[in-house]
Ligand binder design. Sequence first.
Ligand SMILES: [Mn+2]
Length: 495
Amino acid sequence: MRDDSPIAEPDVSADRRTSENWVWTGHHRPPVPRSLVDAMALGWGPTPIEGAVHPAATECAERRARIARALPGLTLVVPTGQLKVRANDTDYRFRPGTDFFYLSGCVEPDCVLLIAPGAAAPHATLYVPERRDSRGHAFFTDARYGELWVGPRRGVVEAAQYYAVRTAPREDLAKDLAALAGTTMATVRGVDADVDALVEPSEYDEHLVVALSELRLVKDAFELRQLEGAIAHTVRGFEDVVRALPEAVGRGERVIEGVFNLRARVEGNDVGYDTIAASGANATVLHWTRNSGQVREGDLLLLDAGVECHQLYTADVTRTLPVNGVFSPAQRRVYELVLAAQDAGIAAVQPGASFSAPHDAAVSVLAHGLVALGILDDAEVALRRDRQLHRRYTLHGVSHMLGLDVHDCANARDDVYRGELREGYVLTVEPGLYFQPNDLTVPEEYRGIGVRIEDDIQVTENGPRNLSSGLPRRADEIESWMADLWRLGAPRLGL
Ligand SMILES: [Mn+2]
């Protein structure tokens, strides 16, 4: 125990780590008397953490077994990553590394999954930082990790139960990896700098990230349920936006983004990517995430948005809507062309078909339609591999994989990713046409029109299953859907 004599004011030039009576906790924070720090460590009851077992614990164990079988004899080190600084002492909200989360279900920063080959079965160990709870000074003195500041989280004991996996303190990882020297290791590099330094780089690192991405191509039943949920939240977000559209006129695209993102936080974890709320000619800017423009009567609004659910699967849906509820004749012509292209693309999503089949089908429709609109001279010439003239207006590919990441399975080998579509894949089909406002090759009435229609399609043995069919696609259906949401007495925001 300390005596009660008054302690001297701190000498701020003294070595901050060794002061007997004062504790420094950060830049611009007055030093804290050690007696207060000691008092803050006493007199606390337990902090119960809810949750018995993670809903995907069984699936995660199966995925760990599969990645171990895919890379026999290797010790796999999969980190989730650390908090990322936004500015000074504030961090971005943490999102776990996708590969790590897929294998563990764990959402806490600084964790690392280690899968070691075993005689009968692989051994998985989840390394979790020790809690900074009221048993230690960091509880009060560490504003970044102390539980008084950021709330309780699962430590070594709680994580073992919740994730149904053996756990160890992250603080032991360096020692445990050193003990494994001589075994062949592979890690997901570039996620956690400390882990990068602990594991010697090797060709197996690439094998690991490739195998993890390719494992994620086929979605299991749990993942499909999560995607369906994320899409259901997203459908409601689009309905919210339509309800709020009259208020966005004159106030701008921020209203659209804000309303959709509200639904994402209310029902899901967040948005799965930055919302694109592009009105008028902004719709011709593919990655328009500034959302700082006006919304005008007579505009088309292109909304590309997806809710990420609590298990971190994301929807990715685009609708292009007339702000005043009715397509103009020119808008409708462009819209129906993109819709026809999307119909052809979706129909091409068949097991055994090539990944490029939906793209090729959609783009062929677009090229022929561009001739009909008087924009291209000859579709077959334009589509030639050595010409590709349609791309001035179509700009992007029609599909990508969808899952935990909006552009999922990105590390798969190209010949696998772009190979045959298989049952259980989920991909987008999202053709678009973009007529820049200053494109002199386009008839004036179409300049400044951008249309994209995007749905999330599951490959089944019976062909395509449109997971996002809860949102209308046909022009007439969109107009009547908007009118229904606007009819007198309809609720404004269904939150
Ligand atoms: Mn997309």
